[in-house]
Design a protein around this ligand. Structure first.
Ligand SMILES: *Cc1c(COP(=O)(O)O)cnc(C)c1O
Length: 356
């Protein structure tokens, strides 16, 4: 039987031709394709600047630097994310502060109360659920708002954070292999981001410590070509997610993910109650369906416990969510029958549980 993974890229012949064209040409890095991809990204999202980076993680590092984070500063983020979100805060010398999720959105709780002044707030659009930008601004109006939009490349935003970061890892909405970007409407941030990814150089003078975080022409050619199908990818993800929602509704021991008309569906994250999650995962794997889980709350990783003193029980909603969560296969190349197969396999598992 066809193996289904939780996510994967979709590369077609046009993508391949565009990459080959670059390989045969004069510029492998720092050429016109980087700028063309950045222009396309900025236009698509509806922001003024897009600055590409070598990964989503280096893009986050760039954003934290542009926000001016440094030793002695604090930045607020969600417990339910990939470690890169808060690692990038630590790279600058600043200290991350974690808060719990709102179980209705799975994103950083907008009612979070801070006890220390924060220079930045870094919410994550979990699974692609749209963020309430206004509500996050209200937590600390003077803080710089940085959206980790690694799950949420789309064009439906009505309001924008001060910066927004993207990842082009193969499971994300479009891919460049590895890659990322920061989008902003702020000219000064854009300038700092450009400098930071290029050794801290400003016109031939190195004026601050920077990095080589550039994305090559080869990567950008792939990204630019993938942009041609982004609308299609998003539409298909929405279609597949709607099928799951319908086919799994009313199934025992299952909590469906929250819906939103602008949801971008990076992952389809189901909750399984009654301690059945691991057994169900095993059962799916036996049927050539490979789910995964998102995410172990970052502050409960060994490094964070040891350095920042977090404990089990500090983030009850994120912890409960993590114990029950299973990410089912979701990627645009999937067929309707694939969703049906996954849903039927889950129903079969629950029926067996009921009869045993
Ligand atoms: C993928 C991802 C990142 C990092 O992206 P890379 O491109 O793998 O470095 C950061 N934050 C979140 C929430 C992600 O899903």
């Amino acid at each position: 039987m066809k193996k289904l993974s939780y996510g994967r890229q979709w590369i077609n012949d046009d993508d391949i031709a565009e990459v080959v064209r670059i390989l045969r040409g004069d510029w492998l890095t720092m050429g016109p394709t980087v700028e063309a991809f950045e222009k396309k990204l900025a236009e698509y999202v509806g922001m003024k600047h897009a600055i590409t980076f070598s990964s989503g993680t280096s893009a986050l590092h760039g954003a934290m630097n542009a926000a001016g984070l440094q030793e002695g500063d604090y930045a607020l983020t969600t417990a339910l994310t990939f470690a890169a979100t808060s690692n990038s805060i630590i790279y600058t010398g600043a200290t991350p502060i974690f808060a719990d999720i709102d179980p209705k959105t799975l994103c950083l709780n907008t009612k979070t109360r801070i006890t220390k002044p924060v220079r930045a707030i870094v919410p994550v659009s979990f699974a692609g659920y749209p963020l309430d930008i206004k509500a996050y601004r209200a937590i600390a109006p003077e803080a710089i708002l940085i959206e980790d939009a690694s799950h949420a490349l789309g064009h439906d935003r009505k309001e924008f954070a001060d910066m927004m970061t993207l990842s082009f890892h193969p499971v994300k909405h479009i891919t460049t292999g590895e890659g990322g970007a920061v989008l902003t409407n702020n000219d000064e941030y854009a300038e700092r981001l450009l400098r930071f990814r290029n050794h801290g150089m400003y016109q031939k003078e190195m004026i601050e410590l920077g990095y080589n975080y550039r994305l090559s022409e080869i990567h950008c050619a792939l990204g630019l070509s993938q942009m041609n199908r982004l609308d299609e990818f998003i539409a298909r993800r929405r279609e597949l997610a709607a099928m799951y929602q319908k086919q799994l509704s009313g199934v025992e021991n299952v909590i469906l993910p929250p819906e939103h008309e602008n949801h971008l569906w990076h992952i389809y994250a189901l909750q399984v109650t009654n301690n059945l999650r691991d057994e169900l995962s095993e059962y799916l794997r036996e049927h050539d369906i490979n789910p995964t889980t998102h995410y172990k709350p970052v502050p409960l990783h060994k490094y964070y416990r040891e350095h920042y003193g977090y404990h089990d029980g500090d983030f009850p909603e994120a912890e409960k969510y993590y114990e029950q969560e299973i990410s089912l296969p979701l990627y645009p190349m999937m067929k309707d029958e694939d969703v049906k197969r996954v849903a039927e396999t889950i129903k079969e598992f629950m029926r067996r549980k009921n009869n045993s």
